[in-house]
Design a protein around this ligand. Sequence first.
Ligand code: ADP
Length: 334
Amino acid sequence: DDPLSVVAHGGEREVETALRPRKLAEFVGQPRVREQLHLVLESARKRGVPPDHVLLSGPPGLGKTSMAMIIAAELDTAIRITSGPALEKAGDLAAMLSNLTEGDVLFIDEIHRIARPAEEMLYLAMEDFRVDVVVGKGPGATSIPLEIAPFTLVGATTRSGALTGPLRDRFGFTGQMEFYSAPELEQVLRRSASLLGIELEDKGRSEIARRSRGTPRIANRLLRRVRDYAEVRADGRATLEVVRAALEVYDVDELGLDRLDRAVLGALVRSFGGGPVGVSTLAVAVGEEPATVEEVCEPYLVRAGMLARTPRGRVATPAAWEHLGLQAPADSVG
Ligand code: ADP
């Protein structure tokens, strides 16, 4: 998986994979999570045991999957990857677990979406490295205990609040991934541009960083769109002007808000007078799933100071009104 040959021949997904940091040292930002993880991993290594189970929590694109892969790389073990929605039946999970070898990392993405029977099986697996496989149905059903190799579970979730208590309690450590600062995103972009062979000028780079919603995946995606624009409409160099023109084509505004972000703010302000309004009502108004609005849009709108979550519902802040070019009503929250 040499990045440059992937760049020449691969599709978008392959390029994203090629841009993944491989080592803890290559992982930009998240100093707190990195330090915490370093301690967990080092101490387990010293004691010669697999580290405690790790939960990584935060909005999409902040590096949870990359971090899981890095954990396996640092431990020098294999990683098996699955996701909550893929584990519909307990049997799906049992098959996964019985294939693990000692010390493996099992990565379950979107772990909050795991089906109930699989989740219950996971409790025992996490605690005792054992599962009970039920054979047969009805009164004649028996459960056969099955030993599994000691492993480390790494779970990722965009909604740690949606995890059941018993599942959350079985993780030894939760890493809360934060949005990235503009300088951190510049560092990500510098590396990506060099891997992809894109000539990205300093001012162009900081403009992309500033408008990437604090998210490395978005920074890398915008970089690729800027490259397209630079190749087709300019001489290939990503200057500040080229970056601005490209982001205009792709509907990314001055603050980095995309079409859906603006639709949510627009509906909140224009249809509901700035709120408070429930997230499901807001989602229907913009034709999106409530989960997408809640897990993808809102975290950044909150962080950007545009939206507040109150017990009575979502509320637009004066900054949101202003961003949409409207006058905030006198009684709106500050
Ligand atoms: P998540 O699992 O949280 O959705 P990923 O780990 O899939 O996020 O990250 C998405 C992409 O963003 C990766 O392919 C990688 O290119 C980039 N990325 C994420 N975090 C970092 C980081 N800390 N440093 C450099 N690139 C990163």
